[in-house]
Design a binder for this molecule. Structure first.
Ligand SMILES: [Zn+2]
Ligand SMILES: [Zn+2]
Length: 327
């Protein structure tokens, strides 16, 4: 009784100030940090580190050791503030979203699917839900390119830039509202979808999602703090070492997720998926090929060639072991 009254008044308060955003609109406008904004984050240390060094240089013009002290205080505030903000966002999920519209969207999406894909989606939702104790459901969202893109899309005739959007998936690990987003092309490929979503289910494990969160916004704040507090002669050694450790941690987690997923659905399915992705992407050549290669060094994901090569090393399951409950 009390609970109903409280939730009603909370709802009224919310609608008084600002209407709640429809889930589909909210996701489509790119709020969850994928797309362009997401692609910029890996290179952000190249900006944040020099900015930190620049601020430290300015502060060091102050008399005595005031500059050093102020740089340290600023670094603590930046890191502390970002960690707290990240923790709040993680706990409550994005504010102002109408989660009832997320439920309606999920039901509509499921109703349109084949029995095979419905089974895949239900199974991965159950697995992820078991790893998020505070969540009632795992929200689903199908990523689609802009409608006008369809007319010029070359995904079936030599590859298109929209392939990553349409053939990949991501888990946004909000504690109470985990969101599983995936490319709409996977809905026509139940086996490939099973592999990709099993990979995301690995990221729902605490051992994967906690480091993943720490290597997001807190790490960016950390780069700024490093520039603020570390003397340049040490920074030359420490910054590349931090970079290597961070990238190695991220790549290792991705490769483990690939192996776990390939073992769960069968390495042949994984091999087919990588073949599908590679045929759907344009092959960068010349300067753009060189830029892509450098881009991988900044990427939290290892190159596709490495991931595909790894799946060829996983032995196929022997007949009879496919029904094993051990995954
Ligand atoms: Zn396209
Ligand atoms: Zn992953």
């Amino acid at each position: 009784m009390t609970k109903t009254t409280r939730s009603t008044s909370a709802h009224t308060r919310q609608t008084d100030t600002k209407p709640l955003a429809d889930f589909e609109d909210f996701m489509r406008t790119g709020q969850p940090g994928r797309g362009r904004r997401g692609a910029l984050i890996p290179t952000a240390p190249l900006v944040l580190l020099p900015v930190g060094v620049g601020i430290a240089d300015l502060l060091n013009a102050l008399p005595y050791s005031m500059g050093t002290v102020l740089s340290g205080v600023l670094a603590v505030f930046v890191v502390g503030g970002i960690v707290l903000a990240e923790r709040n966002a993680h706990r409550s999920g994005p504010p102002g979203v109408d989660w009832a519209s997320a439920d309606a969207y999920r039901h509509r999406l499921m109703a349109d699917q084949s029995p095979e894909i419905r089974a895949v989606l239900s199974s991965v939702q159950r697995t992820i839900r078991n790893r998020f104790r505070a969540a009632d459901v795992v929200h689903l969202y199908a990523m689609r390119p802009e409608p006008q893109h369809e007319q010029t899309c070359t995904i079936d005739t030599g590859g298109c830039q929209c392939a990553p959007l349409r053939l990949s998936a991501a888990l946004i690990p909000y504690r109470r509202h985990p969101i599983l987003m995936f490319g709409e092309r996977l809905l026509a490929e139940p086996k490939a979808a099973a592999f990709v979503l099993a990979h995301e289910a690995h990221h729902a494990r605490r051992g994967s999602r906690t480091p993943h969160r720490l290597l997001g916004a807190p790490l960016l704040a950390g780069w700024l703090a490093l520039g603020l507090t570390m003397p340049p002669h040490l920074l030359i050694l420490v910054a590349p070492a931090v970079w290597v450790v961070v990238t190695a941690t991220q790549w290792a987690d991705e490769l483990v997720a690939d192996v776990v997923a390939a073992r769960a659905v069968g390495p042949d399915v994984a091999r087919c998926y990588w073949a599908l992705v590679r045929s759907a992407r344009p092959r960068p050549r010349g300067v753009s090929g060189a830029l892509t290669a450098v881009g991988w060094l900044f990427s939290p994901h290892p190159p596709f060639s490495v991931r595909a090569a790894l799946t060829t090393r996983i032995p196929s399951r022997t007949p009879g072991s496919s029904g094993s409950p051990r995954t």
